[in-house]
Design a protein around this ligand. Structure first.
Ligand code: AMP
Length: 416
């Protein structure tokens, strides 16, 4: 039997990076009633840890350095977070933690309860995501050290894309490399899964539709959704592929990399730095990786970077429409997609030939439906919520758990 889920059950959601750990806390008795009650981050891990937290109304609850823990001690820092939560959420019990994990490989097609075996399997995937996976794993191991009884769940950015047909998952390279795992995985899956659930609530007539979802943020990708399932996506083996991003180039002829290796003597580390940190909007503009700064800038290079971005979004959206055999709706989400009316307008103009037309006022007002009445293709702005998706998966997994998961005894957060 699983634990009965009470009104004040809390779920800690963790998104761990190299030097920061973002967290949020959801409370509620069931998926439909999950309330986001806290959010924040520990930054400066390894140097000078800083702790920031806000409540659901975005009021600042904590903002300061963490002096009592060694800067690189992740378990100590998570212990600090748990004691702070105990103080903040007095009559709530923490029942589980859910982690955002970048890579599930071909093995993990859905969220999974973390066990020593799962941790070992995830370590085996580090070569596929060396910049992110180790930090995701470190956070799980640190939390297990400081709170071994707490059930932990891993939710994968890749899992949602496992429904794509074979040809959307495969590079045209020798088969043995594909079999070894060199294939197109796709990312931002938790965001797309959230949108796939949310869109039919907003527009029930689109439940079976062919939708291009534009997740445009500091990392950007597109997903072809048919009847709520991923049919294709622009990211591939890594989160470098597809659209230009804040500091990543998106699609690039692999011949460029051979050229840089031969002619400029660049090795893997130098290429990694160029492709993850110096390219994209920053590389093209020389001004910033932030879309707001580019839109506000008078620099012609900044304008070119914005144009290149919008051009690629529209061009690759068209390719995804082909992957679904048509286009019935477009959704914009994430930092740029949710907040930048000029970017949405320029992408929509380039998709006019497919029957996309915006209502300028609705677009500027960030209405939920921003297309003109006569637009053949309806267009929406839907804020994404990856953390809620993780909380909902974590709750589901525990509610359906048997054996080890059900027997885990959650400690009351109030008890020291
Ligand atoms: P995300 O990664 O989804 O948090 O998105 C972060 C990015 O959203 C930032 O780097 C900004 O470039 C972009 N952004 C946020 N607000 C705006 C805005 N009002 N206009 C344009 N871009 C924005």
């Amino acid at each position: 039997m699983s634990q009965p889920i009470s009104q004040r059950d809390a779920y800690l959601i963790i998104n761990a990076g190299s030097s920061s750990l973002k967290f949020s806390v959801f409370c509620g008795a069931g998926k439909a009633e999950l309330d986001a009650v806290l959010s924040g981050q520990i930054s400066g891990i390894g140097t000078e840890p800083k702790f920031e937290a806000k409540d659901a109304q975005r009021r600042v609850l904590a903002d300061g350095t963490v002096d009592e823990v060694e800067p690189g001690d992740r378990a100590g820092l998570l212990g600090f977070l748990l004691s702070w939560m105990r103080h903040e959420l007095k009559d709530t019990r923490l029942v589980a933690a859910g982690h955002r994990v970048v890579h599930g490989g071909t093995r993990f097609a859905k969220p999974v309860r973390i066990t020593p075996q799962v941790l070992a399997d995830l370590e085996g995937l580090i070569p596929l995501a060396p910049l992110h996976q180790p930090h995701n794993i470190a956070a799980m191991a640190a939390l297990a050290e400081v709170y071994p009884e707490l059930p932990q769940v891993a939710c994968f950015d890749t899992a949602f894309h496992q429904t794509r047909p074979w040809q959307a998952q495969t590079f045209a390279i020798p088969r043995e490399l594909t079999e070894e795992g060199v294939r197109r995985y796709g990312f931002h899956g938790l965001s797309y899964e959230y949108i796939a659930q949310r869109l039919p609530q907003i527009a029930p007539e689109l439940a079976d539709a062919r939708v291009v979802v534009c997740h445009l943020g500091s990392g950007s990708s597109l997903c072809a959704l048919r009847a709520g399932k991923s049919m294709d996506t622009t990211m591939g083996f890594t989160a470098l592929d597809g659209l230009p991003m804040g500091t990543r180039p998106g699609n690039i002829d692999p011949g460029v990399l051979i050229y840089l290796m031969r002619e400029k003597g660049m090795g893997a580390d130098a290429l990694e730095k160029l492709l993850y940190h110096k390219s994209g909007l920053l590389g093209v503009s020389g001004v910033s990786n932030d879309m707001r700064a580019l839109l506000d800038s008078d620099s012609p290079q900044a304008a070119e970077a914005v144009e290149l971005f919008c051009f690629q979004v529209a061009k690759q959206a068209t390719a995804l429409a082909t992957a679904m055999g048509g286009l019935d709706a477009v959704v914009f989400t994430a930092g740029v997609g949710e907040n930048s009316a000029p970017v949405r307008a320029r992408v929509a103009e380039k998709l006019a030939w497919l029957g996309v037309k915006l209502d300028g006022a609705a677009n500027r007002a960030k209405a939920t439906r921003i297309s003109a009445a006569e637009s053949r293709v309806p267009v929406f702005v839907i804020p994404t919520d990856e953390e809620r998706m993780i909380a909902s998966h974590t709750l589901d997994l525990l509610a359906n758990a048997t054996g080890a998961a059900a027997s885990a005894a959650p400690l009351p957060v109030a008890a020291e």
